[in-house]
Design a protein around this ligand. Structure first.
Ligand code: SF4
Ligand code: SF4
Length: 124
């Protein structure tokens, strides 16, 4: 169980095994990573910079986000393994993914995060 200071819920990471990657799929969205995080993923995939960028990244304003692919009735992050239903770069996933479901936004949108993530637990 993971606890974060000032959040009204905890998170059971074991829930990810039976969830099927709800936070990696569904509506279209942006997944941002730092330059350092992108570089680690690129090296892990043994790709040249241009090839990595063309294959996996899209420009969103001045930033780079992971591309998405069509999945079921919506989308999935391009790094989501649609057969095994999990992240294909789990150990190298960016901090945006690692910090979910403890995002500032959810402190005031509890109902949303409850619907999104089955690993959320409330202390009674
Ligand atoms: S939605 Fe929650 S339980 Fe499901 S994969 Fe994401 S973090 Fe894990
Ligand atoms: S990088 Fe991995 S954990 Fe993050 S959204 Fe993509 S598939 Fe999910």
């Amino acid at each position: 169980m993971i606890f974060e200071k000032n959040f009204p819920y905890s998170f059971n990471e074991n829930a990810c095994k039976k969830c099927g990657g709800k936070c990696c799929t569904g509506e279209s969205g942006n997944i941002f990573a730092s330059k350092e995080e992108l570089e680690l993923i690129r090296k892990h995939l043994s790709l040249e910079k241009d090839e990595f960028k063309d294959k996996f990244l899209k420009k969103v304003g001045f930033r780079l986000s992971f591309k998405e692919v069509e999945f079921k009735n919506g989308f999935a992050c391009i790094f989501f393994d649609t057969k095994r239903l999990c992240c294909s770069i789990y150990a190298l996933r960016p901090s945006q993914c690692k910090s979910f479901p403890f995002w500032e936004y959810y402190k005031t949108h509890i109902e949303e995060v409850k619907k999104e993530c089955i690993g959320i637990c409330f202390l009674s």
